[in-house]
Every structure is written in structure tokens, then in C-alpha cells.
Ligand binder design. Structure first.
Ligand code: ADP
Ligand code: MG
Ligand code: ZN
Length: 472
């Protein structure tokens, strides 16, 4: 029999906030020692109370707007109770009854054409800590406890692994370009719910849930394996399918049962009385909307219209910092295509040469704007502009004073340029002779000598005109 694959995703995304969701501990990073980023609140000391991080609400609403959701103006938190050593309070603060966003939709472009995936809801919650197993002991690291997450739950609308990966890539680009999350390794984790049904059937089959997957490649492999397992179970009665939670083993490429699927009742959910309901009024919502970055599709279209290449667009939309830098200098008045070249070729080139990554770019939009402007209004030529850019990217100098200090300003005193031209003619009699004999190429050699003398800062048109004049 032919079967149709049915998949629904629950995706957890770590938000890019400066502090945790319910306390003021800073965001953790791989550079931290275990338990560096903890306080009495996020390590579950008795009597500590959560304080809501406003930014989390704003980022969750922004994500909801990007995914075309309804934004619920009244939203509350619930306690999800379970015991595990990485959960110091023995409950996770999450949203069950009044999630912040519902009823969204995202359109995917796949090899099969356009597909709409419905978003059931987005809710806010805190992350758990981490257990580290070593030898005879297990250790607990609370750096990650109370790190803010949003969980995006789709309807069971995916029909192939390809669609799932397309969706995840789209979320990643969207969230990066929107400043919602950097989506680094491990900051985006999925629970993949899978079932199969005979083609044409309206009814869903028994579903299993593969927990906590973060590599897209592994997700694809897990889906393929699990779908085949379901089909074999139905076709050959190899086993009875039960609704359960499974894990994917990367080495064997197989999934293994972890536990029977918990139901809502297992978690004894109840409203968290320590957190007031959050009311999102019109004024606040409008403010969030006004600050929302342009939707990804819209942005890509704008970049395309500006003549930016597809490869450069890919780089831009996958890096919020870089696309924001571009948008900022464009808003200041730079041409988008020209500015994209300055950023993606020149700035990134300097970083690469220094063995750095794109994320290490710290040039301010003001400084970049000043450099581009100096080149465009003819204050310096592009070679000199590039020289200034290198100094700014590497040492964060002020471009205008650096240009003056280094004498890169090409509006040199006319008498200086004239002296340089006269000197070049005097010192290169062979080239002069060649020129007189009709070798136009000789002019290029003389021009090069002048440019060298002016350290690349001369105005090519002025030098050329002067040379021709003197030679005649
Ligand atoms: P639960 O409350 O048990 O977690 P939800 O209704 O929240 O169940 O669904 C969890 C995820 O499972 C959703 O992404 C949903 O789309 C998906 N899902 C539900 N039923 C199926 C099914 N039969 N096959 C595949 N995925 C499913
Ligand atoms: Mg669920
Ligand atoms: Zn804390």
C-alpha cells in the first residue's frame, strides 16, 4: 500500500536577550564555566520569585507577527510539574492556557511548489539546565536554566522530510534577520511528531515523537527511518505502533523508545500565581510592530530590486547584524548595491584576511557611511577608501581624521600634483620617448609613477589630464 507521511513540529528557540527570562542573570555562552550564570532565583532557592523580562514578550510577539499569528492581548504563565535534577524548582514555567500567539501560517517554497504550514501556537517558556555525565558522577550545570525560549508548534501539515528542513531553514533565516535568535548550534531544538496513513485517508495514524533534535541532517535521517518503521509495522505487522516518545541515535541511524507519551494530566499543570497576567495593549503592540524588521520575503524582494546578487542576499538574510548594518547605511542615503559590496566584499574580506568571521565585524554604520560618502563625493578615490576601511575595521579609527592624517585626501593642492607629474616626466625619459613615438601605453607607465608618488591617493582624471597637457 502507498502511505502518506504526516509530520508536526514543536521547535524550541533560544531568544537573544541580554538576561534570562525571570531573573537578571546574563545570557550564558560556551565560554562560561559551569554555574557561572546563576543566582538564587534560577537555581531554585526557596522563596525566590520570578520577574518577567519584558524583552522576551517583545521578541515572542515579533516572531508571531513574522509567522502571521494572532497576538493574544491577554497571556499567562503556568507551571509544568516534573522532577528531574536539571530542573531545580521541579517545575518549568511555560504557557498552557493562554499562549502569546496562535493561528499563524508560513508559506514554503519546495520542489513540489508552494505549501502553507499552519502554526498552532507560539508560547514562551524557560529552558532547563544541563546534566554532565562524567565517570562515577553526574554533574548539574544551571547556566541554561531560565534561559528564555519560544516554542513554535505547527499543525500536522508537513508531508515530507524536505518540507520540514525547508521550514526549519526559513525559521532560522527569519529569526536571525529579525534579531530574535542567532539560532547557533543547539539554540534551535525540535520535537518531531510523525505518523503515516494510507494515501487518500482522512484519518491520522498513530504518532510517535522524536525528542530534542538539533541537526537538520539528523532530523532528515530520523524522519526517513521512523516513517519506514511505521510503514513496516503496518504492512508486515512487525510490531504494534504505540504513541510514544523516542530518541534518535546518530550512530546507528535508528530511533529507540524512551517512554510512553505523557499526557497533560501527568504534568499537573496549574497557573503560576507568582506571575501576573500580561496585557498587551494597543500602544505596546504598535511599538513592537513599528520596530519589527521587514518580513523576510519583503526584504529579499527589496534586495533583489536593488540589484544585489542572490549569493549576497543569502549572506545578508542569514546574519542580522550584517543586514542591519546595510539597512542602516541605506537609510542614511547610500545606494544598496554599492553598500552591499562595501560590506560583503570589502569588510568581510578584511576580516577573512585576519582569520576572523563575519560576526566579528564591529564597524559602526556612521563610520561606514562616512567612508562610502568620501569615495562617492570624490574626496578620496576607491583605493584610498579601501585603505581607510581596513584601518577602521582593524583598529576602529575615525575615518575622516585618519584620511587627513594619512594625506589620502585626493583634492591635493594642484601645485603638488603638478610637481609630481613634472617629476615623473623628468625621471622617465624612455616612457616619454615611447609616448612621442605613438605608444599610448607609455602614458600608463607615467600615470603609475605619479600614483605611486601620491601613495594611490591622486584623482586619476586630474593626473591624466595634466600628464597629457605637459607631454604635449
Ligand atoms: P500534545 O499535547 O500531545 O503534545 P499537540 O496537539 O500539542 O499534542 O501536538 C503536538 C505536535 O504533534 C503538533 O506539532 C502536532 O502537529 C503534531 N501531531 C499531532 N497529531 C499528529 C499526527 N497524527 N501525526 C503527526 N503529527 C501529529
Ligand atoms: Mg505538545
Ligand atoms: Zn538567575
Amino acid at each position: 500500500m502507498n502511505y502518506e507521511l504526516v509530520i508536526g513540529l514543536e521547535t524550541h528557540v533560544e531568544l537573544s536577550t541580554e538576561s534570562k527570562i525571570f531573573c537578571s542573570c546574563g545570557g550564558h555562552s560556551a565560554a562560561n564555566e559551569p554555574n557561572d550564570c546563576v543566582c538564587p532565583a534560577c537555581s531554585g532557592m526557596p522563596g525566590m520569585l520570578p520577574v518577567m523580562n519584558k524583552r522576551v514578550v517583545e521578541l515572542a510577539v515579533t516572531a508571531g507577527l513574522m509567522l502571521n499569528c494572532d497576538i493574544n492581548r491577554y497571556t499567562t504563565f503556568d507551571k509544568k510539574n516534573y522532577y528531574y535534577p536539571d530542573l531545580p524548582c521541579a517545575y518549568q514555567i511555560t504557557q498552557l492556557n493562554h499562549p502569546i500567539c496562535t493561528n499563524g501560517c508560513v508559506t514554503l517554497k519546495t520542489s513540489e511548489g508552494s505549501r502553507d504550514i499552519r502554526i498552532k501556537q507560539i508560547h514562551m517558556e524557560e529552558d532547563a539546565g544541563k546534566l554532565v555525565h562524567g565517570g562515577k558522577y553526574s554533574y548539574v550545570d544551571f547556566n541554561r536554566t531560565s534561559v528564555p525560549l519560544i516554542e513554535i508548534v505547527t499543525q500536522p501539515d508537513f508531508r515530507s522530510a524536505e518540507e520540514v528542513v525547508t521550514y526549519l531553514n526559513k525559521l532560522k533565516s527569519m529569526f536571525r534577520s529579525g534579531g530574535i535568535s542567532e539560532c547557533e548550534e543547539g539554540a534551535m531544538r525540535c520535537d518531531v511528531n510523525i505518523s503515516v496513513r494510507p494515501e487518500g485517508s482522512e484519518e491520522f495514524g498513530v504518532r510517535t515523537e522524536i525528542k530534542n533534535m538539533s541537526s537538520f541532517e539528523a532530523i532528515e535521517r530520523a524522519i526517513r527511518y521512523e516513517a519506514q518503521r511505521h510503514i513496516d509495522a503496518l504492512d508486515f505487522e512487525t510490531e504494534e505502533l504505540v504513541q510514544e516518545t523516542r530518541r534518535f541515535d546518530d550512530v546507528s541511524g535508528k530511533t529507540f523508545a524512551m517512554r510512553n507519551k505523557e499526557t497533560e494530566a501527568d504534568y499537573r499543570y496549574f497557573p503560576d500565581a507568582n506571575l501576573m497576567p500580561i496585557i498587551i495593549d494597543d500602544e505596546w503592540l504598535e511599538k513592537i510592530k513599528a520596530n519589527k524588521p521587514a518580513a523576510l520575503d519583503e526584504k529579499v524582494e527589496d534586495y533583489r530590486l536593488a540589484g544585489i546578487s542572490e549569493k549576497e542576499i543569502d549572506m545578508l538574510v542569514s546574519n542580522h547584524k550584517i543586514s542591519k548594518l546595510l539597512d542602516d547605511v541605506v537609510n542614511m542615503g547610500c545606494d544598496a548595491k554599492d553598500a552591499a559590496t562595501w560590506i560583503l566584499t570589502d569588510c568581510i574580506g578584511v576580516l577573512r584576511k585576519d582569520g576572523k568571521t563575519m560576526d566579528e565585524l564591529t564597524i559602526s554604520s556612521e563610520k561606514l557611511f562616512n567612508i562610502i560618502k568620501m569615495v562617492n563625493d570624490g574626496t578620496v578615490n576607491r583605493t584610498a577608501g579601501k585603505k581607510i576601511l581596513i584601518a577602521v575595521v582593524e583598529n576602529d579609527v575615525d575615518p575622516i581624521s585618519y584620511c587627513k592624517e594619512q594625506g589620502l585626501d585626493k583634492k591635493f593642492d594642484a601645485s603638488i600634483v603638478e610637481a609630481v607629474v613634472v617629476k615623473a616626466i623628468e625621471q622617465n625619459p624612455q616612457s616619454v620617448q615611447d609616448f612621442k613615438n605613438g605608444k599610448t601605453k607609455a602614458l600608463q607607465a607615467l600615470f603609475g609613477a605619479c600614483m605611486k608618488e601620491l601613495k594611490g591617493a591622486g584623482d586619476p582624471a586630474v593626473i591624466k589630464a595634466l600628464l597629457e597637457e605637459k607631454l604635449k
